[in-house]
Each structure stands twice: as structure tokens, then as C-alpha cells.
Design a protein around this ligand. Structure first.
Ligand SMILES: [Fe+2]
Ligand SMILES: [Fe+2]
Length: 149
């Protein structure tokens, strides 16, 4: 049978992939709310160019959210509208550290998700997630550089 979606044999794997993708989506929503706050609240001459980078990240996180929601719907799931809570703002440096911690966690999650999708026989889903992995790697590097790491 020619099928664009998952077959019944892989429904358990698909269900678990949908659940994981929804957690990824909720973390992207957290990323968006966190970056919106940090674009406004991170201050200091040493962070002027960083704030511009955060604005770029912000627009990319919206795209990541959209890709995730589309893949969840493709797999037969319903995209979540819940957001993981962002930590409270303390100061610029700890805000950027929180951004870095989140991006590192997301990078690990996307690496696992690409493998999970391939393992579930869903190479199209894995391929759709690859740009998220690549951009998340860039976000990690940008934040490491901003924090002098
Ligand atoms: Fe993202
Ligand atoms: Fe990111």
C-alpha cells in the first residue's frame, strides 16, 4: 500500500513520537516567550549585538514551532498550545544562560527526535526536523559566544 503517513504496525512508535514532538513544541513556545522578554530586558553595551541575535532566534523559533505543529498534524496528532514556563528574569547574564541551557536541551531533544523518526520509518519527518537541529546548533554557538564560553 502506498501511504504518506504511518501504518498501523508503527502506531505505538508514532504515538510516542507525537507526544515527544508536542513536548518539543511546548519548549519552542517557552523559547518564544523567553526571547520576547530577553529582547526587551537584556541590556548593557556588551550585549548590544547579542540582542540583535536574539531577535533572529525569535523569528526562527516561530518557524520551528510551525514545522513541529505541521509534523504533529501530519502524524495524526493535535499540536499542543501549552507553553513550558520560562524562569523569572534576574539579570542579563543569567537570562542569556537560561537561553543557552534551553537551546542545549533542545539540541539534544532534536538529535533524539531525528533518530526516533528514522527508527519509526518516517524519514520525511526526520528530514523536516533537520533544519531545526542545525539552527538550534547555531543558537547554542551564538549564546556561548555572547557568554564568552
Ligand atoms: Fe527552536
Ligand atoms: Fe533556538
Amino acid at each position: 500500500m502506498a501511504s504518506a503517513g504511518p501504518d498501523s504496525e508503527s502506531s505505538a512508535a508514532t504515538g510516542s513520537l507525537i507526544a515527544s514532538l508536542n513536548e518539543d513544541l511546548e519548549l519552542e513556545f517557552r523559547s518564544i516567550t523567553q526571547y520576547v522578554q530577553h529582547v526587551a530586558c537584556v541590556t548593557g553595551p556588551e550585549y548590544t549585538s547579542t540582542v540583535e541575535e536574539l531577535k533572529v532566534h525569535l523569528s526562527q523559533e516561530l518557524n520551528h514551532s510551525t514545522v513541529l505543529a505541521e509534523q504533529i498534524a501530519f502524524l495524526g496528532g493535535t499540536p499542543s498550545t501549552a507553553a513550558s514556563a520560562a524562569p523569572p528574569f534576574v539579570d542579563s547574564r543569567s537570562a542569556l544562560q537560561a537561553d543557552l541551557d534551553l537551546e542545549v536541551a533542545q539540541l539534544e531533544r532534536y538529535r533524539a527526535r531525528v533518530e526516533e523518526a528514522n527508527g519509526a520509518g518516517l524519514p520525511d519527518v526526520a528530514e523536516a526536523l533537520r533544519p531545526l537541529l542545525t539552527q538550534t546548533q547555531e543558537h547554542v554557538r551564538d549564546l556561548q559566544a555572547a557568554l564568552g564560553k
